[in-house]
Design a protein around this ligand. Sequence first.
Ligand code: GAR
Length: 214
Amino acid sequence: MKRIVILLSGRGSNMQAVVERCEAEGWPAQVVGVASNKADAGGLEWAAQRGIATAVVDHKAFATRDAFDAELARVIDRWSPDLLVLAGFMRILGAEFVRHYEGRMLNVHPSLLPAFTGLHTHRRAIEAGCKVAGLTVHFVTPELDHGPIVAQAVVPVLPGDDEDTLSARVLAREHQLYPLAVRWFVEGKLRLHDGVVAHTDGESQVLWPGVGVS
Ligand code: GAR
């Protein structure tokens, strides 16, 4: 049984998707803890109601990023995770923290990386006149929103889209793709070679518009 720990800073809809798919599909895994840097993150309450252990490490209580990272790692490691899943965790993590979880930390980012790292991805994609947008699941490396790509989903940018409509379209795909990628990890189906991730069974690592997942 693989032990999954999820980090979030907000509503936690991706966390919910992972927890629900893990249970419904009987993955060889369990979400054993959810941690947040924000005490009022909506996702914490949902997890607690589900009987999942939760913890808050408030970044404002620490004088330095390193001190915050060290306490966060201490809290996480009490749960002995095989995999750390960043699900809308909006703090930059230091190199030492990232190295500690190297090869066992995934993130979802709401753009087709390497385009639009950082914040306001949907607004920037619309402003740039992009005809497609999407999301990326990737292993976390010290450089923000970089790291070996596990899977991507593409959605159209439609005439008249604003940040809200585009982000809703992307989020619906996040809820499909992120659990799928986490499942691949816990089933041992991801292989990393020269910084490129492949699925061991050759399964497609991209969702296109109009193409669902089984
Ligand atoms: C998601 O759209 C996720 O891709 C994004 O935050 C949102 C969290 O939503 N993450 C990032 O921007 C990380 N750079 P959720 O709390 O409902 O899962």
